[in-house]
Design a protein around this ligand. Structure first.
Ligand SMILES: NC(=O)c1ccc[n+]([C@@H]2O[C@H](COP(=O)([O-])OP(=O)(O)OC[C@H]3O[C@@H](n4cnc5c(N)ncnc54)[C@H](OP(=O)(O)O)[C@@H]3O)[C@@H](O)[C@H]2O)c1
Length: 212
C-alpha cells in the first residue's frame, strides 16, 4: 500500500518506519520537513513532503499529530486529498494543562471525542481510531512474551476498519472492533489509563489485552 503519515513526532516516525519495514511505500508529511531529516537518514526508502503531499500520496493515511492541532492538520492536508480514504487516527485529545497525580487532562468530555469532532467536520473522510492506547515503542511488532496485545478500534466505515485490521494483523496486534465513531469516547481515554503507571512509576512498557 501507499501510506501517507501526517506528523513528525515519535508516533509518526515509528509508524512510518513500521509501514516501510512491512513492505509498504511511505511518505511522511510535516509543516517543516527538516524535522524528519534523521528519520530520512535511517529510512532511505521513505519519502518526505508537506501535509498535502503526504495526504495525496497515501491510499491509507495516518494522522499522528498533537491532539489540539488535529483539525488544523487535517485542514492543512486538505479534506479533498483525503476524500473516501482510510485515515488511521492515532491522536488523543490531551489538553495543555499538566496531569493531576499522573492522570492526563482531556479537552473533550465523556459524551464527545476528538475523532467524532474530526468525523463531523470532514464527513467524506473514513476515520478509524487505532494506535492511541499504547506507547509508540510498542506500536509495531509488540513484544509481550508471545502474547498478542489488543488494539481497540472504531469508525463508521466497515471497509476502512477491515483495512486497519489487516494492518494491525501485520504489525502483531489482535483487533477489537468497538463499533462506530462514538466508541472513541471510550477508546481515547484508554490513553489516560495507559499513561498512569508511566507518570507515577516511570513504567511505560505495557499494553491492553481483552480476555473473552
Ligand atoms: N507519544 C506516544 O507514544 C503516543 C502514543 C499514542 C498516541 N499518541 C498520540 O499521537 C499523536 C502524536 O503524538 P507524538 O508524541 O508523536 O507527537 P506530538 O508532539 O503530540 O505532535 C507532533 C506533531 O503535531 C503537529 N502539530 C503541532 N502543532 C500543530 C499545528 N498547529 N498545526 C498542525 N500540526 C501541528 C506537528 O506538526 P509538524 O510536523 O508540522 O511540526 C507534529 O507533526 C498525539 O495526538 C498523541 O496524543 C502518542
Amino acid at each position: 500500500m501507499k501510506v501517507g503519515v501526517l506528523g513528525s513526532g515519535d508516533v509518526a516516525k515509528v509508524l512510518g518506519a513500521g509501514f516501510l519495514n512491512h513492505g509498504h511505500e511511505v511518505m511522511m508529511g510535516s509543516r517543516d520537513t527538516a524535522k524528519l531529516a534523521d528519520w530520512s537518514a535511517k529510512n532511505r526508502k521513505g519519502r518526505v513532503g508537506s501535509f498535502p503531499d503526504a495526504a495525496k500520496f497515501g491510499e491509507v493515511v495516518v494522522l499522528a499529530v498533537k491532539g489540539t492541532a488535529a483539525a488544523d492538520a487535517v485542514r492543512a492536508a486538505g479534506a479533498e486529498n483525503l476524500r473516501a480514504k482510510t485515515v488511521v487516527d492515532a491522536t488523543n485529545p490531551i489538553a495543555d494543562a499538566p496531569p493531576q497525580n499522573g492522570v492526563l487532562k482531556y479537552f473533550t468530555s465523556l459524551d464527545d471525542s476528538l475523532m467524532e469532532r474530526l468525523q463531523r467536520e470532514f464527513h467524506a473522510v473514513h476515520f478509524v481510531k487505532a494506535f492511541n492506547s499504547v506507547g509508540n515503542a510498542s506500536m509495531v511488532n509488540p513484544r509481550f512474551d508471545g502474547v498478542r496485545p489488543t488494539m481497540f478500534i472504531c469508525g463508521n466505515e466497515e471497509a476502512a476498519k477491515k483495512t486497519v485490521t489487516s494492518i494491525l494483523d501485520q504489525f502483531g496486534w489482535e483487533t477489537a472492533d468497538m463499533g462506530k465513531a462514538e466508541a472513541a469516547r471510550a477508546i481515547e481515554p484508554l490513553c489516560i489509563l495507559w499513561c498512569i503507571p508511566g507518570f507515577l512509576r516511570n513504567d511505560w512498557v505495557h499494553a491492553f489485552k481483552l480476555l473473552t
